[in-house]
Write a protein that binds this ligand. Structure first.
Ligand code: FAD
Length: 381
């Protein structure tokens, strides 16, 4: 065992409370929420009451001013529970940090406290039907008209899309200026012309509401601009390392629980008169997976330390996302194999893990995009 040193005793106490909360308030209901296609909206408020949303928010807004390791503890525990319907990671690790970092005093005063309480659920809308990886190719436009912006366009695959009360929308404020014409604009869900589309029917993460969003002459005041006009792309690049590391962190926790469950399974299940665990192939597979996972965890923990220090660079975060998500999919696939036919049955956690994990290599930037970022850095002068 390589002991994990990234967390202190207080983080572990916090972990216990998150775990208990998930066991009582989430796990028993998650299968129903998978059928519903979304979690119960009230869960967000319950999580807010316990301090599980945006723990890093300033105390003046009801947060705990905690370091990002508390977010990581929540991410790990949610992944460990297998309850992939919770969109807390997008809210706490990705969207509210934009508000905290680039929001005006008025925006912060208006939105952060309700986000911490779970009264406001947030989403970030980058991807469009016509473009995902190539973010510069987005077409949703925000045209200035007096003291307002008029937004037109559509987005898809947006996490928390059904529950969202507030969406950070990536728009073109100057379509001819490429990346420099991109801006982030806050759109409240009750704005006229803003419409939530279908709750998308996904392969996995079935309790997670993931939606299309439509903007038809949506008027918002210019005060809804986040940060400066034309800086949207820069802000996205600055914040993506945290999002990518979160995905890597969740990948580690989900892989570990899947491997642990598989170890228990192969000890119980018999073939040819002895437990599967007695077969050399089983032991070799488990040994390979555990070795890779143990090594990756050390890397991920080091990345988390760097993030907390403010030193995690884009390339290293891309490595964390690439390594974590690819390894998770490999581990889960091997674990399904070790379960045999039972591994393909939805009632088995490993089957859900198989369906839930696949998207980790796609969202937050695909594995190929991570490789582009890493590869470019290697050949740069
Ligand atoms: C469940 C889920 C939740 C999501 N949540 C959100 C969200 O909250 N907000 C949001 O904005 N988006 C979200 N997304 C969208 C996600 O980020 C995109 O799907 C992803 O970035 C890929 O974009 P795309 O689907 O358009 O694929 P494409 O960009 O069309 O890519 C298709 C394939 O081509 C490859 N490819 C593309 N460009 C290159 C290149 N230059 N070199 C090599 N290969 C390349 C890709 O790697 C991929 O394999 C979510 C997606 C899913 C499935």
């Amino acid at each position: 065992m390589i002991p994990r040193t990234v967390y202190d005793e207080e983080h572990e106490m916090f972990r216990d409370s998150v775990r208990r909360f998930l066991e009582s308030e989430v796990v028993p209901f998650h299968a129903q929420w998978e059928k519903d296609g979304q979690v119960d909206r009230e869960l967000w408020r319950k999580a807010g009451e316990q301090g599980y949303l945006v723990p890093q928010a300033p105390e003046s807004y009801g947060g705990a001013e905690a370091d990002f390791r508390y977010n990581a503890v929540i991410d790990e525990e949610v992944s460990r529970s297998g309850c992939t319907g919770l969109g807390w990671g997008v809210h706490s690790d990705i969207v509210v940090p934009y508000l905290m970092r680039y929001g005006s005093a008025e925006q912060k005063d208006k939105y952060i406290a309700p986000c911490v309480r779970g009264d406001i659920v947030t989403a970030i809308a980058m991807t469009e039907p016509g473009t995902g990886s190539d973010l510069q190719g987005i077409r949703t436009s925000a045209v200035a008209d007096g003291d307002e912006y008029v937004i037109n366009g559509s987005k898809t695959f947006i996490t928390n899309g059904q529950h969202a009360d507030l969406v950070v929308v990536v728009c073109k404020t100057d379509p001819d200026a490429g990346a420099a014409g991109t801006s982030l604009i806050l759109v409240e869900a009750d704005r006229a012309g803003f419409e939530k589309g279908r709750n998308l029917d996904k392969v996995g993460m079935k309790a997670q509401d993931t939606s299309e969003l439509f903007f038809s002459d949506v008027r918002v005041p210019k005060e809804n601009l986040l940060g400066e006009e034309g800086k949207g792309f820069v802000y996205l690049m600055q914040e993506l390392p945290q999002e990518r590391l979160s995905i890597g962190i969740m990948a580690m926790a989900a892989s570990r629980v899947c491997l642990d469950q598989t170890i228990e399974y192969v000890k119980e299940r018999k073939a040819f008169g002895k437990p599967l665990a007695a077969l050399q192939n089983t032991q070799f597979k488990l040994a390979e997976l555990d070795t890779e996972l143990t090594s990756a965890q050390v890397f991920m923990d080091r990345c988390l330390e760097l993030l907390v220090q403010g030193d995690l660079d884009t390339v290293t975060a891309s490595k964390a996302k690439l390594l974590g998500s690819e390894l998770q999919c490999r581990i889960v696939d091997e674990c399904v194999q070790l379960h045999g036919g039972y591994g393909y049955m939805w009632e088995y956690p490993v089957a859900r893990a198989f369906a839930d994990s696949r998207v980790q290599r796609i969202y937050g930037g695909t594995s190929e995009v991570m490789k582009l970022i890493i590869g470019r850095s290697l050949i740069a002068d």
